[in-house]
Design a protein around this ligand. Structure first.
Ligand code: GTP
Ligand code: SPV
Ligand code: MN
Length: 598
């Protein structure tokens, strides 16, 4: 090859480039591997976004929605085999297999890199490679962390611009700090047999190939802010969690913050945007949204836990979102929103199951809608939208120091056994309650839906290291000088014999949150049981709620036999982690087992 031909093969570069040597070198080495026709450094500007959107409209990646009803909004249809996270193809590559733990798929870093680099070889030929500098968390926050995602997907760029602080400001911070998480992504052939999401926590590196969807491709989200960040958090003494954060303002004008972990598609976005029931609204209760999916928490100087939302937008589940269930979400997504895999009405409005208006004529695949061929929207159809558009977005959501957390809540989708709410006795018991979480699987990940599985702290798909070490890390916060919040467990999804939900949920969940905050302040009553403190019907504010006595009874009952079986299975689960499981957690399990009796 002569010098002239080599020059021609060099990709054209647009955008700022960087003064940071390690970043420039990495981008160059990725370009040498993937061989793009062009490299674009993203600055996050409106002009850049408009150009990308125009390009995607021209090539059909984005379909313009009704400009009158949904200004600035777009529909994207992902490949029908690429509609959710792929947990079976997601790996944590640590030097020692035990560091990844039985909760993760593992490969050695050398094998992981070899496998991924073989896929990336030449994969961007003829295409543009985008370099996306981003910041997870308010750009001025010490708790925030930066990363750079390299991708060949303009859809990823447009989504990262909404979901993170992306562009010039993030790049300046990266150049100042020198360190950043490296994420390399290509949509590849979208072939499920050539798809892997690999994490190298020891190198703060992510490699993702073969998917253009959500958590597989927007690497700032689950890959960085949970899998890599959980590993960093353990080393540095903080917590990276799959939690929403909300503020509850009482009629006295005091706001208390709650962080809550529910598994994917189990109600985080809905709870984070809750609208109080009428009786509460009249008295002056308000709910403020800080975040709907991820929470980074660390001890402040006063020993309390302070939390930030590392994200700047919502990647929310569309189906089930309605004016009744989540009016704040509906108001948020009225403009400047990217919808993925929803259906369409005759006049080009987005449509999904559970939306209480309009009729679908086109399904998420782009075919004429025919109810015998399944839903109009994919069950994991999503919207991507800036948090700033949310009417309940808190003025403290961008506070660099975060908000103090008054209660931690765990919850799952449990049709039976698990009561509406209970409080752990203390921190250690609370960690066991989190470790014991189980939930029915949902459409957020590929695979069977509705199967009960253990999902400790809603982190089964997201913890970047061995769960035994993760529980030990949680336990380590209970130390002198800390003022830890009480821990609770909720279940909005208990079903009656007729298969219907017993609890009305959504806005009415504030009744449970009020009890939680009152408990945190030592005000509300409860009965003590082996699994923790349960409210009696009288301890909850049920004014104006239409709930029959039998349903309430079921929701607030402790079923000793059922819990014995549950704790037997929990014991077997904890044993799967062998000697690495902290003795304190096993002892706590033993304490509850003896309280349950035989
Ligand atoms: P991810 O974005 O996947 O992490 O999901 P999420 O935890 O934010 O769940 P989301 O709030 O989007 O809710 C998922 C589904 O649960 C939607 O279909 C909701 O309508 C439904 N849901 C949310 N809250 C409640 C509730 O209180 N009761 C009932 N019955 N359903 C709920
Ligand atoms: C989840 O599955 O928990 C989500 C969607 O929030 S994704 O970004 O795909 O992870
Ligand atoms: Mn989530």
């Amino acid at each position: 090859m002569n010098a002239q031909v080599q020059d021609v093969a060099k990709p054209a570069v647009t955008g700022s480039g960087t003064s940071l040597r390690s970043l420039a070198d990495w981008v160059e080495s990725v370009a040498a591997l993937t061989r793009p026709a062009a490299i674009h450094w993203c600055d996050g500007s409106d002009a850049e976004n408009a150009a990308l959107i125009a390009k995607m409209e021209a090539d059909g990646t984005l379909i313009r929605l009704n400009e009158e009803t949904n200004p600035g909004s777009w529909l994207h249809r992902s490949h029908p085999d690429d509609v959710a996270r792929v947990e079976h193809l997601t790996f944590v590559c640590t030097s020692e297999q035990d560091d990844a733990g039985p909760n993760n798929h593992w490969m050695s870093p050398a094998d992981g890199h070899a496998q991924m680099d073989a896929l990336f070889e030449g994969c961007m030929e003829g295409r543009t490679m985008y370099v996306i500098p981003y910041c997870m968390g308010p750009i001025e926050s010490k708790i925030a962390r930066c990363g750079v995602e390299i991708t060949d997907s303009p859809y990823v760029v447009a989504n990262m611009r909404i979901m993170t602080r992306m562009g010039a400001a993030a790049l300046s911070r990266i150049e100042r700090e020198g360190g950043f998480v490296r994420g390399l992504h290509s949509t590849g052939e979208l072939d499920p047999n050539r798809r892997f999401i690999m994490h190298f926590p020891e190198e703060l590196t992510i490699k993702s190939y073969g998917s253009g969807y959500g958590g597989n491709a927007l690497l700032g989200k689950k890959c960085h802010a949970l899998r890599i960040a959980s590993h960093q958090a353990r080393q540095e003494g903080w917590l990276a969690e799959h939690m929403l954060i909300l503020g509850i303002e009482n009629p006295q004008g005091e706001t208390h913050y709650i962080a809550a972990a529910f598994p994917s598609a189990c109600g985080k976005t809905n709870l984070a945007m809750l609208i109080p029931p009428e009786g509460y609204r009249e008295k002056g209760w308000k709910v403020w949204t800080i975040g709907d999916d991820i929470c980074w928490m660390r001890p402040g100087p006063d020993g309390r836990l302070y939390a930030i939302n590392p994200e700047a937008g919502f990647f929310g589940v569309a189906p089930g979102t309605s004016a009744k269930s989540n009016p704040n979400a509906l108001a948020t997504i009225r403009k400047n929103t990217i919808f993925t895999n929803v259906g369409l009405t005759a006049d080009n409005q987005p449509w999904w199951e559970g939306l209480d208006e309009g009729q679908p004529v086109i399904d998420w695949r782009g075919n004429d809608y025919d109810c015998s061929r399944g839903p109009a929207a994919h069950p994991n159809a999503r919207f991507t939208v800036s948090a700033k558009q949310c009417p309940s977005y808190s003025e403290h959501a961008e506070d660099p120091t975060g908000v103090p957390i008054s209660a931690i809540v765990f919850g799952g989708r449990r049709a039976s056994l698990v009561p509406l709410v209970f409080e752990a006795r203390d921190w250690t018991h609370g960690v066991l309650v989190g470790a014991a979480m189980g939930s029915e699987t949902t459409a957020a990940a590929t695979g069977q839906v509705g199967v009960m599985r253990r999902d400790p702290m809603a982190m089964k798909p997201f913890c970047g290291y061995n769960f035994a070490d993760y529980f030990a890390h949680w336990l380590s916060f209970d130390r002198p000088g800390m003022k830890l919040p009480p821990i609770f467990h909720v279940n909005w999804f208990r079903k009656g014999a007729d298969g219907r939900f017993l609890w009305p949920g959504f806005g009415e969940n504030l009744r449970v949150l009020e009890w939680i905050l009152d408990r945190a302040e030592g005000r509300a009553g409860a009965v003590e049981t082996p699994i923790g403190h349960l409210p009696r019907a009288d301890d909850l504010n049920l004014d104006g709620l239409d709930l029959d006595g039998a349903a309430l009874q079921t929701l607030l009952t402790f079923d000793r036999d059922g819990w014995r079986a549950e704790f037997d299975s929990l014991g077997a689960y904890l044993d799967e982690f062998g000697a690495r499981m902290p003795q304190a957690l096993k002892d706590e399990h033993g304490r509850v087992v003896s309280a349950l009796g035989r």
